[in-house]
Write a protein that binds this ligand. Sequence first.
Ligand SMILES: [Zn+2]
Length: 202
Amino acid sequence: MHERGQEILQELLEGNERFRHGEGRAHVYSPDELRSIASVQRPIAAIVACSDSRIAPEIVFDQPLGAIFASRVPGNVASDSAKWMLEIALGEFQVPLVMVMGHTGCLAIGQLLDGDKGGAGGLHRFSVLSSVYRAKLRRPEDLYVAAVEENVLQTVEHLARDLYPLRKALLSQSTSIVGAVYEMETGNVRPIPTTVELYGVY
Ligand SMILES: [Zn+2]
């Protein structure tokens, strides 16, 4: 991970520590501050997270408005809108850190672990299903957590494979990408070892 990405990750993890110890900063905004925020934004990170009502990235990292560019979709998959979000975050704001954050107790994964009964989601549903199979191959002690981790790493892989601006930024080391798991029971965000297969810039 490049230096600036590491600094931002550290900043987010420190915010997470404040959050989970009940020491979050009160992010309260005056009308003047709102006007000032409306005129410019300088997000420090772009985060692909799940839609789950319990994991809002700004809250779990104790960040103010304007700090995080985000896309949230069930199972934090590499959706078209997540890719579009990253294209903007990298193109307009050169964010130094991209994070894919899964979480324990994810319903999108839990439902598929219980057996896929079909439904909405199309290819994204198959994508989550494939991470469940990847996790089973590892024969883990806790299949649910392993599937959450595999699903995060799979999204990283898909984003790097499909998104030219991301590959370009990773190759030029203007951004870094990291996977993480939010542990709902404790509020802790745990980064997971993330390697990216770059397919070259073309
Ligand atoms: Zn979820």
